[in-house]
Design a protein around this ligand. Structure first.
Ligand SMILES: [Zn+2]
Length: 217
Protein backbone atom coordinates (compact mmCIF):
# COMPACT_ATOMS: atom_id res chain seq x y z
CA UNK A 1 0.00 0.00 0.00
CA UNK A 2 1.40 3.34 -0.93
CA UNK A 3 -1.29 5.72 0.24
CA UNK A 4 -0.06 8.27 2.70
CA UNK A 5 -1.87 8.29 6.01
CA UNK A 6 -2.62 12.00 5.77
CA UNK A 7 -4.85 11.62 2.75
CA UNK A 8 -7.00 8.87 4.17
CA UNK A 9 -10.65 9.54 4.80
CA UNK A 10 -12.11 8.29 8.06
CA UNK A 11 -15.40 6.85 6.92
CA UNK A 12 -16.73 3.35 7.31
CA UNK A 13 -16.86 1.35 4.11
CA UNK A 14 -20.34 0.15 3.20
CA UNK A 15 -21.43 -2.59 0.84
CA UNK A 16 -24.97 -3.22 -0.36
CA UNK A 17 -26.86 -5.97 -2.12
CA UNK A 18 -28.89 -5.39 -5.24
CA UNK A 19 -31.71 -7.59 -3.92
CA UNK A 20 -33.29 -7.87 -0.45
CA UNK A 21 -32.52 -11.53 0.21
CA UNK A 22 -30.93 -12.03 3.64
CA UNK A 23 -27.59 -13.83 3.26
CA UNK A 24 -28.28 -15.91 6.38
CA UNK A 25 -31.98 -16.92 6.46
CA UNK A 26 -32.42 -16.42 2.67
CA UNK A 27 -35.77 -14.70 3.19
CA UNK A 28 -36.70 -11.53 1.35
CA UNK A 29 -36.69 -8.87 4.06
CA UNK A 30 -35.57 -5.34 4.77
CA UNK A 31 -31.81 -5.64 5.17
CA UNK A 32 -29.79 -4.22 8.03
CA UNK A 33 -26.14 -3.29 8.44
CA UNK A 34 -23.68 -5.89 9.69
CA UNK A 35 -20.34 -4.70 11.06
CA UNK A 36 -17.15 -6.64 10.34
CA UNK A 37 -15.54 -6.86 12.81
CA UNK A 38 -18.55 -6.70 15.15
CA UNK A 39 -18.67 -3.56 17.24
CA UNK A 40 -17.99 -5.47 20.45
CA UNK A 41 -14.45 -6.25 19.22
CA UNK A 42 -11.64 -3.96 20.42
CA UNK A 43 -11.99 -0.51 18.86
CA UNK A 44 -8.32 -0.30 18.05
CA UNK A 45 -6.52 2.19 15.87
CA UNK A 46 -7.68 2.96 12.40
CA UNK A 47 -8.42 0.03 10.21
CA UNK A 48 -7.01 -0.14 6.73
CA UNK A 49 -9.17 -1.83 4.13
CA UNK A 50 -7.33 -4.05 1.72
CA UNK A 51 -7.84 -3.69 -2.01
CA UNK A 52 -8.20 -7.48 -2.03
CA UNK A 53 -11.66 -7.04 -0.56
CA UNK A 54 -12.71 -4.83 -3.42
CA UNK A 55 -11.35 -7.27 -5.96
CA UNK A 56 -13.01 -10.26 -4.33
CA UNK A 57 -16.44 -8.68 -4.16
CA UNK A 58 -16.14 -7.33 -7.67
CA UNK A 59 -15.76 -3.61 -6.96
CA UNK A 60 -13.05 -2.36 -9.30
CA UNK A 61 -13.11 1.25 -8.16
CA UNK A 62 -10.57 0.72 -5.40
CA UNK A 63 -9.54 3.70 -3.33
CA UNK A 64 -7.28 2.64 -0.46
CA UNK A 65 -8.19 4.31 2.77
CA UNK A 66 -8.06 3.95 6.49
CA UNK A 67 -11.27 3.78 8.45
CA UNK A 68 -12.21 3.57 12.09
CA UNK A 69 -15.23 1.35 12.08
CA UNK A 70 -14.29 -1.65 9.96
CA UNK A 71 -16.51 -2.66 7.06
CA UNK A 72 -20.28 -2.76 6.94
CA UNK A 73 -22.40 -5.05 4.81
CA UNK A 74 -26.10 -4.29 4.37
CA UNK A 75 -26.73 -7.91 3.52
CA UNK A 76 -28.63 -9.59 6.38
CA UNK A 77 -32.04 -8.99 7.94
CA UNK A 78 -32.44 -7.38 11.36
CA UNK A 79 -33.54 -10.68 12.93
CA UNK A 80 -30.40 -12.52 11.80
CA UNK A 81 -28.24 -9.52 12.65
CA UNK A 82 -29.62 -9.28 16.20
CA UNK A 83 -29.33 -13.02 16.61
CA UNK A 84 -25.63 -12.98 15.66
CA UNK A 85 -25.00 -10.13 18.06
CA UNK A 86 -26.92 -11.69 20.92
CA UNK A 87 -25.78 -15.31 20.59
CA UNK A 88 -22.23 -15.27 19.29
CA UNK A 89 -20.53 -11.89 18.95
CA UNK A 90 -19.94 -11.32 22.66
CA UNK A 91 -17.65 -14.37 22.81
CA UNK A 92 -15.72 -13.20 19.75
CA UNK A 93 -15.34 -9.79 21.40
CA UNK A 94 -14.07 -11.33 24.63
CA UNK A 95 -11.54 -13.50 22.82
CA UNK A 96 -10.39 -10.54 20.72
CA UNK A 97 -9.79 -8.47 23.84
CA UNK A 98 -7.77 -11.28 25.44
CA UNK A 99 -5.63 -11.63 22.31
CA UNK A 100 -5.28 -7.86 22.18
CA UNK A 101 -3.88 -7.84 25.72
CA UNK A 102 -1.14 -10.26 24.59
CA UNK A 103 -0.40 -8.30 21.44
CA UNK A 104 -0.23 -4.94 23.24
CA UNK A 105 1.78 -6.24 26.19
CA UNK A 106 5.26 -5.77 24.65
CA UNK A 107 5.97 -9.41 25.46
CA UNK A 108 7.62 -11.49 22.78
CA UNK A 109 4.77 -13.74 21.71
CA UNK A 110 5.48 -17.48 21.82
CA UNK A 111 4.79 -19.59 18.72
CA UNK A 112 1.54 -20.66 20.29
CA UNK A 113 -0.31 -19.92 23.50
CA UNK A 114 -3.57 -20.88 25.13
CA UNK A 115 -6.47 -18.54 25.70
CA UNK A 116 -9.69 -19.55 27.37
CA UNK A 117 -12.74 -18.94 25.20
CA UNK A 118 -16.01 -20.41 23.98
CA UNK A 119 -14.83 -21.73 20.61
CA UNK A 120 -18.27 -22.79 19.43
CA UNK A 121 -19.76 -19.32 19.76
CA UNK A 122 -16.61 -17.67 18.40
CA UNK A 123 -16.71 -19.86 15.31
CA UNK A 124 -20.43 -19.30 14.74
CA UNK A 125 -19.85 -15.57 15.00
CA UNK A 126 -17.08 -15.71 12.38
CA UNK A 127 -19.13 -17.99 10.11
CA UNK A 128 -22.17 -15.70 10.41
CA UNK A 129 -20.20 -12.60 9.47
CA UNK A 130 -18.61 -14.53 6.64
CA UNK A 131 -22.10 -15.20 5.26
CA UNK A 132 -22.87 -11.49 5.58
CA UNK A 133 -19.69 -10.46 3.76
CA UNK A 134 -21.05 -10.96 0.27
CA UNK A 135 -23.06 -8.66 -1.96
CA UNK A 136 -24.34 -11.33 -4.35
CA UNK A 137 -27.06 -13.92 -3.74
CA UNK A 138 -25.41 -17.12 -4.92
CA UNK A 139 -25.35 -20.85 -4.33
CA UNK A 140 -21.84 -21.64 -3.10
CA UNK A 141 -21.57 -24.92 -1.21
CA UNK A 142 -19.84 -23.57 1.88
CA UNK A 143 -22.65 -21.08 2.57
CA UNK A 144 -25.16 -23.95 2.50
CA UNK A 145 -23.00 -25.91 4.95
CA UNK A 146 -22.58 -22.94 7.29
CA UNK A 147 -26.17 -21.59 7.42
CA UNK A 148 -27.91 -24.22 9.60
CA UNK A 149 -25.38 -23.95 12.45
CA UNK A 150 -25.51 -20.14 12.43
CA UNK A 151 -29.31 -20.03 12.42
CA UNK A 152 -29.67 -22.71 15.13
CA UNK A 153 -27.02 -22.96 17.91
CA UNK A 154 -28.18 -26.51 18.69
CA UNK A 155 -27.10 -27.74 15.24
CA UNK A 156 -23.42 -28.76 15.22
CA UNK A 157 -21.10 -26.94 12.83
CA UNK A 158 -20.85 -29.13 9.72
CA UNK A 159 -17.94 -31.57 9.95
CA UNK A 160 -16.58 -30.46 6.57
CA UNK A 161 -16.10 -26.89 7.77
CA UNK A 162 -12.49 -26.26 8.78
CA UNK A 163 -11.36 -23.06 10.42
CA UNK A 164 -7.70 -22.09 10.75
CA UNK A 165 -6.86 -19.15 12.95
CA UNK A 166 -3.87 -17.15 14.05
CA UNK A 167 -2.92 -13.93 15.80
CA UNK A 168 -3.09 -11.02 13.38
CA UNK A 169 -1.43 -7.98 14.98
CA UNK A 170 -1.98 -5.63 12.02
CA UNK A 171 -4.36 -2.77 11.38
CA UNK A 172 -5.54 -3.89 7.97
CA UNK A 173 -9.01 -5.44 7.82
CA UNK A 174 -9.29 -7.90 4.97
CA UNK A 175 -12.22 -10.07 3.93
CA UNK A 176 -12.09 -12.40 0.95
CA UNK A 177 -14.87 -14.72 -0.14
CA UNK A 178 -14.69 -17.89 -2.23
CA UNK A 179 -11.17 -17.73 -3.62
CA UNK A 180 -9.18 -20.70 -4.93
CA UNK A 181 -5.80 -21.59 -3.47
CA UNK A 182 -3.49 -24.47 -4.48
CA UNK A 183 -2.64 -27.03 -1.81
CA UNK A 184 1.01 -26.77 -2.85
CA UNK A 185 2.22 -23.26 -3.56
CA UNK A 186 2.89 -22.74 -7.28
CA UNK A 187 1.09 -25.95 -8.28
CA UNK A 188 -2.31 -26.13 -9.94
CA UNK A 189 -2.68 -29.88 -9.41
CA UNK A 190 -4.93 -29.59 -6.38
CA UNK A 191 -6.41 -26.98 -4.13
CA UNK A 192 -9.60 -25.71 -2.62
CA UNK A 193 -11.92 -22.78 -2.13
CA UNK A 194 -11.14 -20.60 0.86
CA UNK A 195 -12.57 -17.66 2.74
CA UNK A 196 -10.49 -15.25 4.75
CA UNK A 197 -11.50 -12.80 7.43
CA UNK A 198 -8.73 -10.79 9.08
CA UNK A 199 -9.14 -7.96 11.53
CA UNK A 200 -6.97 -6.88 14.41
CA UNK A 201 -6.06 -8.97 16.43
CA UNK A 202 -7.13 -12.27 14.78
CA UNK A 203 -7.37 -13.90 11.37
CA UNK A 204 -9.57 -16.82 10.30
CA UNK A 205 -9.27 -18.96 7.17
CA UNK A 206 -12.38 -21.04 6.44
CA UNK A 207 -12.77 -23.88 3.95
CA UNK A 208 -14.78 -27.05 3.41
CA UNK A 209 -12.20 -28.73 1.19
CA UNK A 210 -9.22 -29.49 3.40
CA UNK A 211 -8.61 -32.59 5.48
CA UNK A 212 -6.33 -32.27 8.51
CA UNK A 213 -3.95 -29.43 9.29
CA UNK A 214 -2.59 -27.37 12.14
CA UNK A 215 -5.10 -25.13 13.85
CA UNK A 216 -8.05 -27.11 12.56
CA UNK A 217 -11.22 -27.03 14.64
ZN1 LIG B 1 -32.23 -13.20 7.92
Amino acid sequence: MTTSRKSQVLFGEKFYKKDNICNICEKEKKLSVDHVPPQCCPPTKNRFISNLLYQMIGDKSFRPRSIQNGVTFKTICADCNNFLGRKYDKQLGELSRKIESFVESNLVLPDSFEVECQPNAVLRSILGHLLAAKTETDEVIIDKLIRPSVIDPSIPIHEDIHVFYWVYPYEETSIMRDFWMPSVRGSFQGGGLFNLIKFYPMAFLVTHQVVGGVGQV
